[in-house]
Design a protein around this ligand. Structure first.
Ligand SMILES: Nc1ncnc2c1ncn2[C@@H]1O[C@H](COP(=O)(O)OP(=O)(O)OP(=O)(O)O)[C@@H](O)[C@H]1O
Length: 317
C-alpha cells in the first residue's frame, strides 16, 4: 500500500446519522478505514439540508476530498453544496459516496458495491491510486426550484409513488413498499391524468398523460438487487435521457407498469417512448403535478426545466 500519510489529502466525511442503515459502530469502521489514506475531519448532519451547508463549507475551505455516509438524499445535498454557484469541477473537492441508505442509486450507478464496507474499501483504493472520474449532473430550474440532481428527476406518477413510499419510511423491504405504492397509486388514480407538455432541445415535442422521468445515468432505481432500467442508454458521459409515458388506459396500466419496472427491453414505444442525450427538457403541466429529484419528493410543480451540466463533478470510485 502506498503511504499517503507522507502527503495526505485533506478529507471531510459528512455523516447522516438518520440514514436507513447507519449505526455508530459502522460509522467508526468507515472512519478508521478512511483515516488510513486521508487527513480526515468528520461532521454529523443535524437536520435536513445541513449536509449541503457542510459540503459548501468544505469546498470553500479547500478540502481535497468530501465523502458522504448516507443515502441518496445526503448525496444530493452534498453534491449541491460542493458545486453550488457554478463552481467548476476542478475547483471543487473530489466527491465519494459511501452507501448507507436503503437504495443508494448514485453510488451503485458509479459501480460501487452496495455494501458499505466493500464500497469504503473501493473508495480507499481509488483515493490511493488517484482514480477519479468526472461525471455530468442534471439541473432543475423553474417554479421556485434551482437544484442539481445526480441520477433522476420526475414529474407526475413516479413522484406520487415516491411520496407514498416516503410515508412508509423506517420500514424495511423498500422493494415491497415500492410495489405496494405502485398498486395503491394505480387503484387511486390509474395513470391517466392531466397532461404534461414535453419540449426537447432536439426540437421535438411530446405529450404525456401520466409521467415524465428524466435520467442522468442508468439504472433509474433498484428494487432490492434488481436494477430498473427505464432508459438503459442514460449515461454520466452524455446529456439527459427522458422517458415520456403517453396515454395509458387503466386496463393495461398494471401490465405496462410491470414491464417498465422489471422489463429488460425498456418501454414498448406504444405506451412510452424515450429520447436520448439531450441538453435541455422543458416540462409544462396543465395542473400541478408531483415532482421528485433524486428520489426526494419536492411537492407539486407545473413548469420545470431540466438541463444537463456536463463534466460537473469529480468522483473517486
Ligand atoms: N440529523 C438529521 N435529522 C433528521 N433528518 C436528517 C438529519 N440529517 C439528515 N437528514 C435528512 O434525512 C433524509 C434522508 O437521508 P438519506 O436519503 O441520506 O437516507 P435514506 O433515506 O435512508 O436513504 P434512501 O433515500 O436511499 O432511502 C435527507 O432528506 C436528509 O436531509
Amino acid at each position: 500500500m502506498r503511504d499517503l500519510k507522507a502527503a495526505p489529502q485533506r478529507g471531510l466525511l459528512i455523516v447522516n446519522p438518520k440514514a436507513s442503515t447507519g449505526s455508530r459502530r459502522r460509522t467508526r469502521w468507515v472512519r478508521k478505514k478512511l483515516d488510513e489514506v486521508l487527513d480526515l475531519e468528520v461532521e454529523v448532519t443535524r437536520r435536513r439540508d445541513h449536509a449541503e451547508i457542510l459540503a459548501k463549507r468544505g469546498a470553500d475551505k479547500g478540502y481535497d476530498v468530501v465523502l458522504s455516509l448516507g443515502g441518496d438524499g445526503t448525496v444530493n445535498e452534498v453534491v449541491n453544496g460542493l458545486v453550488s454557484g457554478g463552481r467548476p469541477a476542478d475547483e471543487a473537492p473530489i466527491f465519494a459516496p459511501i452507501p448507507a441508505g436503503s437504495t443508494n442509486v448514485f453510488a451503485r450507478a458509479l459501480g460501487l458495491p452496495w455494501d458499505r464496507r466493500r464500497a469504503s474499501l473501493a473508495i480507499v483504493s481509488a483515493l490511493e491510486e488517484r482514480r477519479v472520474r468526472t461525471v455530468s449532473l442534471g439541473r432543475a430550474t423553474g417554479d421556485d426550484v434551482d437544484r442539481l440532481f445526480t441520477f433522476c428527476a420526475g414529474l407526475g406518477w413516479d413522484a406520487s409513488i415516491i411520496k407514498k413510499v416516503e410515508s412508509y419510511r423506517k420500514k424495511r423491504n423498500l422493494g415491497a413498499h415500492y410495489a405496494r405504492a405502485v398498486m395503491a397509486e394505480l387503484n387511486e388514480h390509474g395513470v391517466e391524468g392531466d397532461t404534461i407538455e414535453v419540449e426537447l432541445s432536439s426540437g421535438e415535442e411530446d405529450l404525456s398523460e401520466g409521467m415524465v422521468v428524466v435520467q442522468n445515468c442508468a439504472p433509474w432505481t433498484y428494487l432490492g438487487t434488481l436494477p430498473v432500467n427505464l432508459n438503459a442508454r442514460a449515461s454520466f458521459n452524455a446529456g439527459l435521457d427522458v422517458l415520456v409515458l403517453r396515454k395509458l388506459g387503466l386496463s393495461d396500466a398494471a401490465m405496462t407498469a410491470a414491464s417498465l419496472l422489471v422489463g429488460r427491453d425498456g418501454p414498448d414505444g406504444k405506451h412510452a417512448v424515450t429520447h436520448h442525450d439531450l441538453s435541455r427538457i422543458r416540462l409544462r403541466a396543465s395542473l400541478p403535478q408531483a415532482f421528485q429529484l433524486d428520489g426526494d419528493y419536492l411537492g407539486e410543480r407545473t413548469d420545470v426545466e431540466l438541463s444537463s451540466v456536463p463534466e460537473a463533478l469529480r468522483v473517486a470510485c
